[in-house]
Ligand binder design. Structure first.
Ligand SMILES: [Zn+2]
Length: 253
């Protein structure tokens, strides 16, 4: 049977287009040689987070203070996780990649994001026993069709040869969108939202766990996850995101 193109699933249609058309920059659609890549101006337009960064928050330092240095913000209000890294600052340039994966279902954006995260999080990946995506609530997962953090966790697992699991950390209740909420409102919103799946506490105990998400805004969601993992006996919890929002109050995702 011949299926008309307009009835094919969008992903299959896109896969077909990838074969017959040259690769396009994920930022601006100009032709590029490599699939799942950015043109030179779009790449240069990203604010890459390279060392030196705060070991606990992953935020950039103006100058190198040596390995393991912590920022004043980390010392004043330490997060629930032990170490965090992000590949880029969340801005108009990186937002395009985040939205391409999250809302436009463009997996090639996720391939690039995961490659960049592997580089930014190489120290964290080296000590991780297992990679866990920040979970979505079932209803939201169904509506959005797939969980972008699980997609990134799976890619990171493949690139780093670390195990990943989506059945350990669960979101047990629906939370309202974090958009527009400040840090204390976000913390309240996600409190008690995450649980370890039944019978999985023994799996977590003593392990070095890496949490993965696409964007870290205030960190409230990741902190709620880290808290649950630490309570279950995780030895260490690290957080690797693609992007990091430097001043959460000013940016709406
Ligand atoms: Zn471009």
């Amino acid at each position: 049977m011949v299926v008309p193109f307009n009835l094919l699933p969008s992903r299959a249609w896109r896969g077909f287009l990838d074969i017959v058309t040259p690769s396009q920059c994920l930022g601006c659609n100009v032709a590029v040689r490599e699939p799942a890549s950015l043109c030179v101006p779009c790449w240069a337009g990203l604010q890459h987070l390279d060392d030196p960064v705060c070991d606990m928050l992953g935020t950039p330092f103006a100058y190198d203070q040596g390995p393991g240095m912590l920022s004043a913000a980390a010392l004043a209000d330490p997060p629930e996780w032990d170490r965090a890294r992000a590949a880029v600052i969340f801005d108009d340039a990186s937002r395009k990649l985040v939205h391409a994966l999250k809302y436009e279902d463009r997996q090639e954006a996720g391939f690039l994001m995961a490659r960049m995260m592997t580089r930014a999080g190489r120290q964290l990946l080296a000590e991780a026993d297992v990679i866990l995506p920040v979970p979505l609530y079932r209803w939201r997962l169904w509506r959005r069709r797939f969980n972008q953090s699980a997609f990134l966790a799976q890619r990171l697992s493949r690139l780093s040869s670390r195990a990943w699991r989506a059945d350990v950390l669960l979101r047990q209740r629906r939370t309202r969108s974090q958009v527009g909420l400040d840090l204390s409102e976000r913390r309240r919103n996600v409190r008690g939202a995450f649980v370890i799946a039944e019978g999985m506490a023994a799996f977590v105990a003593g392990k070095s766990v890496m949490l993965v998400d696409d964007v870290r805004t205030t960190g409230a969601t990741a902190e709620a996850c880290a808290l649950v993992l630490k309570k279950a006996g995780a030895a260490k919890v690290s957080l690797l995101t693609f992007a990091l929002v430097p001043a959460p109050a000013k940016i709406h995702i």
